[in-house]
Design a protein around this ligand. Structure first.
Ligand SMILES: Cc1ncc(C[n+]2csc(CCOP(=O)(O)OP(=O)(O)O)c2C)c(N)n1
Length: 624
């Protein structure tokens, strides 16, 4: 095996060029073997094998800085930097991250997970190199999907003044998770010709630059002449006009061609964008055929390409999308917005039924929210479904463009809570805290699938900014008979007891029910409330109940700071009630990758831990 000869960074340079194809094939079968067992981002990685090899052949690690956008495509980079062994533990608790991590290797220049940060970070590295007088190479690798986000353009806009080398590799596979959308994607599709021109440009400039002083002048003159010509003949004019030299398109599966291009590009003294064409899923037929399905995949049978365990029950995203699609039949004002996640959010179902009413705006969460605000101002009923973690991007848009005007925008906050193996970058733990402080925002959390549907009906009939947060989980179907109608700001009493008052938010009701069972076995009879409305919360009911109980326990799958528990207990304390408060929420830490169940456990949110803590408190033992 050629791969066996690569034990640490830069070892790839010892490989004979005649062996590159074989090495690429070995890397691909390694990735398929391992990801079929651990799960992970397969298709993007299969597409980036040769690109990564070529970069590693041209760069020195850890001196040089390579920044992967999103970071889901960095598996080959991990393999080539001494992390083969870690692949058995990929995305598992205590194991190797599915994304670049500076704490994992010196060859990882920047931690990523959210999209479109790479060019900004690379530019930061470049300015630092200038100030500190370094000579390291700096490269950002960004996919065409991530390239549709505003941050990427903000960085390009800020880059042109740089009179030093910085390279942006645009890894264009024509796919985001699903097919890429938008004008930039169409533009990239148009600029497939022009490789001859780029060959000339890079070759001539390169040669001239080696002649001291005169050579630079001639190169500049030649560039000016070509600049006037290229308006008509050169692809990538958009980038050239921004002051960024465009090179490409380059075959992203030809290591030699890329090495030649990259080596020359590194000699130029200004920002360069190299357009590399790749095929998502390359080399594994199932992933080539269904790159969206194999974008992020659970463990699968590599012979059939089928995932090993399919959940039999529907997810909250599925229930959300099904209900919305149903409602849209009788309500023509309903429109839906997704930021490049039509499948993940379930909205592709809506899109199939109402293609003209589903808007996929690309990876552009900020735009998605203000775009929805515009539609709401114009009288439509937009439903924006975005994962909790990615909605963080749109904090100001929610506040400034929706809440301040009191616009009726419905937020489907998917993956709210623990997200499992994606780890720290993707946790949906912050939404309650970031929405809580926005006057006029209503936040709901359903306890089960039936309530999810009722809440969506409520949200559509409502007038004003309103969010429903739901977890990355199958949709709980117990407590079916408990559904009554939903009333603004009203909780639901599930059990009426004494001493201990439990307020459980959304997904935590399922856990709270188990806690109550255990407490009952110990002879206690707590009161259990399904909060339903995180904001505005049911202060009237809580005032009444807190005067009859000694202990207030709040449970939420979110951060403690700025969360529901802090807000409720703070309000009651301010009003002069006295009680002991036991919060179950995530204390001030970043939650690492593990299964969702383990993340619950580790953060004291499992029924077992919560029961133990509460029993101790009820027994009057303060050592908890
Ligand atoms: C801010 C943000 N929104 C959404 C995502 C989810 N996401 C992860 S990868 C991806 C598609 C990226 O497409 P592209 O950059 O073209 O990379 P490819 O997978 O095609 O190589 C999306 C939408 C994210 N990581 N960050």
């Amino acid at each position: 095996m050629i791969l066996d000869r690569i034990d640490s960074e830069n070892d790839i340079k010892k490989i004979d060029p005649g062996e590159y194809d074989e090495l690429a094939a070995e890397i691909r079968s390694f990735l398929v073997d391992h990801v079929s067992e651990t799960g992970g981002h397969l298709a993007s990685n299969l597409g980036a094998v040769e690109l990564t090899m070529a970069l590693h052949l041209c760069m020195d690690f850890p001196k040089d800085k390579l920044i992967w956008d999103v970071g889901h495509q960095a598996y080959t980079h991990k393999l080539l930097t001494g992390r083969k062994e870690g692949f058995d533990t990929l995305r598992k608790e205590g194991g190797m991250s599915g994304f670049p991590k500076m704490s994992e290797s010196d060859a990882d220049a920047f931690d990523t997970g959210h999209s479109s940060t790479s060019i900004s970070a690379a530019l930061g590295y470049a300015e630092a190199r200038k100030l500190k007088g370094g000579s390291e190479k700096i490269v950002a690798v960004i996919g065409d999907g991530a390239f549709s986000n505003g941050m990427a353009f903000e960085a390009l806009n800020n880059m042109s003044h740089l009179k030093e080398n910085i390279i942006v590799i645009l890894n264009d596979n024509e796919m985001s998770i699903s097919h890429n959308v938008g004008a930039m994607s169409k533009y990239l599709n148009k600029i497939r010709l022009g490789s001859a021109y780029n060959g000339l440009k890079i070759g001539v400039e390169d040669a001239l630059m080696t002649i001291p002083i005169a050579g630079e002048k001639i190169a500049k003159k030649l560039k000016q002449t070509k600049d006037s010509m290229k308006q008509f003949v050169v692809p990538g004019k958009f980038f050239e006009d921004l002051g960024i030299s465009y090179i490409g398109p380059v075959n992203g599966h030809d290591v030699t061609e890329m090495v030649e291009t990259f080596s020359k590009a590194f000699k130029l003294k200004h920002p360069i964008l190299i357009h590399v064409k790749t095929k998502k899923g390359m080399g594994y037929s199932y992933a080539e055929k269904h790159p969206d399905y194999f974008h992020g995949i659970e463990p699968f049978d590599k012979k059939t390409g089928k995932v090993l365990s399919k959940p039999e029950v529907m997810s909250y995203s599925g229930i959300f999308a099904r209900k919305l699609t149903e409602m849209a039949a009788g309500n023509k004002s309903i429109v839906a917005v997704t930021a490049a996640m039509p499948d993940g959010t379930g909205l592709s179902r809506f899109g199939k039924a109402y293609p003209s009413r589903l808007f996929d705006v690309g990876i552009a969460e900020e735009h998605a929210v203000t775009f929805a605000a515009g539609m709401a101002a114009a009288g439509l009923t937009p439903v924006v479904a975005i994962y909790s973690s990615f909605l963080q991007r749109a904090y100001d848009q929610i506040l400034h463009d929706v809440c301040l005007m009191g616009l009726h925008v419905i937020f489907g906050i998917d993956r709210a809570g623990f997200v499992g193996s994606d780890g720290e970058t993707h946790q949906g733990l912050y939404d309650i805290s970031y929405l809580n402080g926005m006057p006029g925002m209503t936040i709901m959390a359903p306890k089960n699938r039936y309530e999810m549907s009722r809440m969506l009906e409520f949200a559509v009939d409502f007038d004003g900014p309103i969010a429903i947060r739901y977890p990355k989980d199958f949709a709980y179907y117990e407590l079916k008979n408990k559904i009554q109608y939903i009333e603004l700001g009203k909780s639901e009493v599930l059990e009426r007891g004494e001493r201990l008052l439990i307020l459980a938010v959304g997904s935590m009701v399922k856990e709270a029910v188990q806690v109550v069972e255990r407490l009952k076995e110990e002879g206690y009879a707590p009161t259990l409330i399904n909060v339903r409305f995180v904001k505005p919360f049911d202060i009237t009911l809580y005032r009444e109940l807190i005067s009859e109980h000694d202990i207030l326990c709040t449970m939420e799958e979110g951060m403690l700071n700025g969360g529901f528990g802090q807000t409720v207990s703070g309000t009651l304390l301010e009003e002069g009630y006295s009680f002991r408060w036991i919060p179950f929420a995530v204390k001030d830490i970043y939650v690492k990758q593990a299964t969702r169940a383990r993340q619950m456990e580790e953060n004291c949110l499992s029924p077992d831990t919560m029961s133990k803590v509460l029993i101790k408190a009820l027994k009057g033992n303060d050592n908890i």
